[in-house]
Design a protein around this ligand. Structure first.
Ligand SMILES: Nc1nc2c(ncn2[C@@H]2O[C@H](COP(=O)(O)OP(=O)(O)OP(=O)(O)O)[C@@H](O)[C@H]2O)c(=O)[nH]1
Ligand SMILES: [Mg+2]
Length: 391
């Protein structure tokens, strides 16, 4: 599957940058292309300059709102992010359309952090615009949810997240939720973590996007997972996960017997990788709420057998009994067996509900504070009423 990837704001831009690195890896190791176009859109010139891989011209690093923000961002005011994006949306879409290979893409993937200003405000605007213009291609969003500490220290965090989620859910074909807090590893500094977190966020997309683009017979599975399967799976609230098990690098010829113990060990490796994928989902959710699911098994061809694939299917069927389940196998390198899982069309996501209800409180609190401030202002004006002015 091929994606045009567009990152908004700092978070979205950096993750889009990471997708470009994924594409380089696919090209170098597998001779295939998964992202025919990668772009970053921001109101902040410095953030655009800080990207590493996205082409450094104005058509790939797209600065918007120049006059209004002076190139310095919108300071977490996502209404302003939305307004500026609305004014400059033609500029964004023209830049994207002018890239040569735009028409090769199967879908669009737009990415933003929900708690910021530019990305949080802009992503729904461009999603809607692209949907109206290019209705034949699905438009997906990756929405990154804030760290816990941001929710407690920054007032607007929860409110921005809630308004962003509500807006994207009404326009995007699917919203892939990624919770920053799930990736926090206590043992390294946050900065090192952010780069690591971004790499972890995109990792599940590697095999998923590559599988359907393979041309070499030896890498084509019995049941090849292609863009059609992914498009049929991605609807509404969505999470993604990835897990792997190490396999012995070399098997001696006498080990390749049809030994039942070996076969069951292989199934266990498969279940272990699937467990890893489910426990590392990009956001905690209840798999039973999924209306659609997909899993992709990648392993050396000789390690894959029907029992293994079926075992994984049974396992996910138990957890998500109401889901339409699609699957695929992808013969790959020696030494690892990995499983990618998508749970989609989720009928409930606890964390999204929490953002909505908490920000209702924030809206009340803001109007209370505003009234209070206006009252005080009236007081000071009253006290100044007999003082002459020099103007
Ligand atoms: N995973 C991840 N999260 C990030 C990254 N950068 C920022 N965030 C998160 O995204 C949210 C802030 O959004 P930003 O992208 O920085 O904001 P912005 O869209 O640039 O908007 P303004 O700076 O307000 O104009 C916070 O929750 C951050 O924790 C990143 O590179 N990776
Ligand atoms: Mg910014």
């Amino acid at each position: 599957m091929k994606l045009v990837v567009i990152g908004f704001g700092q978070c979205g831009g950096r993750i889009a940058d990471e997708f470009l690195r994924l594409n380089r890896r696919a090209r170098a190791h597998r001779g295939i292309e998964i992202t025919p176009g990668v772009f970053a859109v921001n109101t902040d010139a410095a953030d655009l300059s800080g990207l590493q891989s996205i082409k450094a011209d104005y058509q790939h690093r797209i600065l918007i709102g120049g006059r209004k923000t002076g190139g310095h961002g919108v300071g977490k005011i996502n209404e302003l992010g939305a307004e500026i994006t609305r004014e400059d949306v033609d500029k964004v879409v023209d830049a994207i359309r002018s890239t040569r290979r735009f028409y090769e893409a199967d879908a669009f993937l737009l990415i933003a952090g929900a708690a910021g200003g530019t990305g949080s405000g802009g992503i729904a605007i461009v999603t809607q615009y692209i949907k109206d213009r290019y209705g034949d291609k699905p438009v997906y969003n990756i929405i990154v949810l804030p760290f816990e500490h941001e929710e407690t220290t920054e007032e607007r965090t929860v409110y921005n997240t809630a308004t962003c989620l509500k807006s994207v859910s009404s326009v995007a074909d699917a919203v892939i939720l990624v919770d920053n807090q799930r990736y926090v590893r206590k043992d390294s500094s946050l900065k090192n973590n952010i780069a690591k977190i971004n790499a972890l966020i995109v990792e599940p997309f590697y095999n998923l996007l590559c599988a359907g683009e393979e041309k070499k017979a030896k890498y084509i599975g019995v049941r090849m997972l292609d863009a059609g399967d992914i498009i049929q799976t991605l609807v509404g609230w969505t999470v993604i996960g990835y897990g792997k098990s190490q396999l012995p690098l070399i098997r001696l010829p006498f080990e390749r017997t049809r030994n039942f113990r070996k076969k069951s060990a292989e199934s266990n490796k498969g279940i272990q990788a699937m467990d890893g994928a489910l426990s590392e989902l990009s956001l905690k959710c209840n798999p039973a709420d999924a209306g659609r699911a997909l899993y992709l098994l990648a392993a050396p061809a000789r390690e894959m057998n029907m029992d293994l694939v079926k075992g994984l299917g049974d396992y996910i069927r138990d957890l998500a009994p109401d889901a339409i389940i699609r699957n695929g196998d992808y013969p790959r390198e020696r030494g690892v067996l990995d499983v990618t899982v998508i749970l989609s069309d989720l009928s409930d996501v606890e964390k999204v509900r929490k953002y909505y209800s908490e920000s209702a409180g924030f809206i009340r609190e803001v109007s209370r504070k505003q009234e209070q401030a206006e009252g005080k202002l009236r007081g000071i004006e009253e006290a100044a009423k007999d003082i002459p002015t020099l103007l």
